[in-house]
Write a protein that binds this ligand. Structure first.
Ligand SMILES: NC(=O)c1ccc[n+]([C@@H]2O[C@H](COP(=O)([O-])OP(=O)(O)OC[C@H]3O[C@@H](n4cnc5c(N)ncnc54)[C@H](OP(=O)(O)O)[C@@H]3O)[C@@H](O)[C@H]2O)c1
Length: 308
């Protein structure tokens, strides 16, 4: 593969979708403990367009994408347990490219039952796990409100909280209410019909995947001493203290969390859901704009990059 060039989306300056340039780059070479994969599908995460816009800083230039599925094509020194030809998915930085490198520990074998598109849609699971269990220490019998139960993170949070024996309440648009109930929510709140805080009895934990006004209004539905797990932004600490709640940043991503969700996937306890597939790689801008529009929808947006 040396001296070969591959197509990749490159961002050289922060800005709009016009900053996503389809270019040819040298094929990356895996270092120690790393694996090169042929990317079949990349998840499209809201962080992708936030980084492109400079809302969160990322060194320039960069290739967007944080999660993918694909086929192992080369392995670096010290990698055990994976071999050329293995079908994998996991956390892959720079996944908007025909080939990408990832640490071997961040890759997991794709179950045969999942398509590559579905496997690329798994990224929100580790986020949900980290927030609910590593940060929130969610326990059986606790009442939890999960915002955006049909979203890329929320749909896994509902399934994981249900499996943990929590009483799950989730918000969704009317067209997604049955879907979210099917994931394990005991109550689904149509947040468009009336403010969610008028429709829910006090809860122990809120998982906030929406931010803004939703973060502030969530404080009023928590029991005294309850936890607001934030994945978008934190409220003013003084406001949280006045409300008698704990607001914490819950955006952790650990290999341990990935292992836990992989085990649950293999046991068929959780399932990804693909909202829309864009293809080929040149559709990256359209995929990010669709993600940013935050319109009604369920599941994960996926960018299909190559045929398996
Ligand atoms: N994905 C990750 O791994 C990750 C990691 C850390 C942080 N985050 C952050 O978490 C946030 C959510 O990520 P995501 O991947 O879940 O996004 P997403 O899949 O794009 O979420 C979109 C969903 O949000 C719902 N929604 C929109 N406005 C809402 C509101 N006011 N109340 C309730 N639901 C609402 C919509 O559901 P309906 O159609 O039912 O209205 C839509 O399906 C993003 O800001 C992201 O940056 C994500």
């Amino acid at each position: 593969m040396k001296n070969l060039h591959i197509p990749a989306i490159c961002v050289h300056a922060y800005g709009g979708p016009e900053q996503l340039h389809l270019e040819e780059i040298p094929v990356p070479v895996p270092a120690k403990d790393e694996v090169l994969i042929k990317v079949v599908a990349s998840g499209v995460n809201p962080i992708d367009w936030k980084l492109r816009e400079g809302l969160k800083q990322h060194p320039l230039p960069f290739i967007p994408g944080v999660e993918a599925s694909g086929i192992v094509t080369a392995i670096g020194e010290g990698v055990f347990g994976l071999k050329t030809g293995d079908e994998v998915y996991g956390a892959v930085d720079g996944s908007y490219a025909a080939y990408a490198i990832a640490p071997a520990v961040q890759l997991f074998r794709k179950p045969m039952s999942l398509s590559f598109e579905e496997a690329a849609a798994m990224g929100g699971a580790k986020t949900a796990w980290g927030a609910l269990f590593d940060v929130g220490h969610l326990a059986k019998g606790q009442r939890i409100l999960i915002h955006a139960g049909a979203g890329g993170v929320g749909l896994f949070a509902v399934q994981l909280a249900y499996n943990a024996g929590a009483y799950v309440i989730a918000t969704a648009s009317p067209e997604n209410m049955d879907f979210v109930a099917g994931l394990g929510a005991s109550e689904v709140i149509d947040y468009k019909a009336a403010p969610f805080e008028t429709q829910v009895d006090p809860v122990d934990i809120v998982l906030d995947t929406v931010g803004g006004d939703t973060t502030l209004r969530s404080m009023s539905v928590l029991k005294s001493g309850g936890q607001l797990l934030c994945l978008v932004g934190l409220p003013d600490p003084e406001q949280a203290a006045a409300a008698g709640i704990h607001a914490v940043w819950a955006g952790t991503k650990t290999v341990a969390a990935m292992k836990e969700v992989h085990k649950m996937l293999e046991r068929d306890l959780i399932k990804p859901y693909v909202r829309k597939v864009f293809q080929p790689l040149s559709q990256a801008a359209a995929a990010q704009e669709y993600s940013k529009s935050n319109g009604p929808g369920r599941g994960k947006i996926v960018l299909k990059i190559s045929e398996e």
